[in-house]
Unconditional design. Structure first.
Length: 94
């Protein structure tokens, strides 16, 4: 799959899904398997920016609450590596 240099996703069936959980918003950086690209776009809508990483992965830059991101990451844990923030990464890894 070829990616443009950057994809800013503007449309989704659920554009505010990552904001449905209350709390302070943070910036998250994820390394994702390309097999879940459609799910990332569907879940995050306009809250995600995507850049290619390698032939099998892409980076997703997402704004969201900790509770929303925890739910999202755990749902796709086999396909996602949390890169930032480091405290959230450690929380997910434990």
């Amino acid at each position: 799959m070829k990616y443009p240099t950057e994809i800013a996703c503007k449309q989704s069936m659920y554009p505010y899904k990552m904001k449905m959980y209350q709390g302070e918003e943070f910036h998250y950086t994820l390394k994702c398997d390309k097999r879940i690209l459609d799910y990332v776009i569907e879940e995050c809508g306009n809250e995600v920016s995507i850049q290619p990483c390698d032939d099998e992965h892409f980076y997703a830059y997402i704004n969201g609450t900790e509770k929303g991101m925890t739910y999202f990451v755990l749902q796709y844990i086999s396909y996602i590596e949390v890169l930032e923030p480091s405290n959230f990464r450690q929380e997910i890894c434990n």
